[in-house]
Design a protein around this ligand. Structure first.
Ligand code: B4P
Length: 192
C-alpha cells in the first residue's frame, strides 16, 4: 500500500494516517513529525525547519524533498508507506513522481480529508492548549490555513485527474472518520 493523506492543517491527517499505517504494518511518514523531531534534537535540519514552522510557512522544497527522498530509500519502505503532509507544493509533487519512478512503483490512492475552516481552527486551538507546539498560536494557525489554500489545495485537482483521490468527510469523531476512510480505501487496499 502506497498512499498519501492530504487535507488542511487540523483535518486529522496525522491521526488517521497513524491508524491506517498501523493496520497495514506500513511506514507512516509525516514530514511534520520529522521536522519536529529534528527541532527537538537540535540538528541543522531542525534549526532551519523551526524558522519556517514557527511562522506557519512551508519549509523550503529543496530541504523537504531531500529528506523525503532519503527516507523513502530506506529498506523498511518496501512493504509500503503512507505519506502524511507531503507533497504540499507543485515542486514536491514533481519530486515524488521522480522518486516513485526511481523506485519502480506508483501510488494506490490519495485520501483527502474535508473539514470546514471554523472546525479546523477550533481543533488546532484545542491542541494548542496541550501540545506546546510553537506553530499553534491563533495567528499562525490562520496563516497556515491560508498557505494551504494557496499552495496545497490546487494540487488536489492534479491527483483527481489521475483518478487517485478518495474524498472523505473529516467531521465527527476519530472513529467515525476512520470508518469512512476504511470504507473508501478497502477495495483498493485489498488489491495491493
Ligand atoms: P504538520 O505536522 O503536517 O501539521 P498539520 O498540518 O497541522 O497537520 P497535523 O497532522 O498535525 O494535524 P492533524 O490534522 O492530524 O505540519 C506542521 C508544519 O511542518 C507545517 O506548517 C510546515 O511548516 C512544516 N511542513 C510539514 N510538511 C511539510 C512539507 N511537505 N513541506 C513544507 N513544510 C512542511 O490533527 C490536528 C488536531 O486535531 C490534533 O490535535 C488531533 O488530535 C485533532 N483531531 C484529529 N481528528 C479529530 C477529530 N475527528 N475530531 C476532533 N479532533 C481531531
Amino acid at each position: 500500500m502506497r498512499m498519501l493523506f492530504m487535507g488542511p492543517p487540523g483535518a486529522g491527517k496525522g491521526t488517521q494516517a497513524a491508524l491506517v499505517a498501523d493496520h497495514f504494518s506500513v511506514v507512516h511518514l509525516s514530514t511534520g513529525d520529522i521536522f519536529r523531531a529534528s527541532v527537538a534534537a537540535g540538528t541543522e535540519l531542525g534549526v532551519t525547519a523551526k524558522r519556517y514552522m514557527d511562522a506557519g510557512e512551508y519549509v523550503p522544497d529543496s530541504v523537504t524533498n531531500a529528506m523525503v527522498r532519503a527516507r523513502l530509500g530506506e529498506s523498511d519502505v518496501i512493504r509500503g508507506f503512507l505519506l502524511d503532509g507531503y507533497p504540499r507544493t507543485v515542486d514536491q509533487v514533481a519530486e515524488l513522481d521522480d522518486i516513485l519512478t526511481d523506485l519502480g512503483t506508483k501510488l494506490d490512492g490519495v485520501v483527502v480529508l474535508q473539514v470546514d475552516l471554523e472546525e479546523l481552527i477550533t481543533r488546532l486551538l484545542e491542541r494548542a492548549r496541550t501540545s506546546g507546539r510553537t506553530d499553534d498560536t491563533e495567528d499562525v494557525i490562520r496563516h497556515r490555513q491560508q498557505v494551504y489554500a494557496e499552495q496545497t489545495a490546487p494540487l488536489l485537482a492534479l491527483y483527481t485527474e489521475r483518478g487517485l483521490v478518495f474524498e472523505v468527510d473529516g467531521r465527527g469523531t476519530v472513529d467515525e472518520v476512520a470508518e469512512r476512510i476504511w470504507g473508501a480505501i478497502a477495495p483498493t487496499a485489498d488489491e495491493s
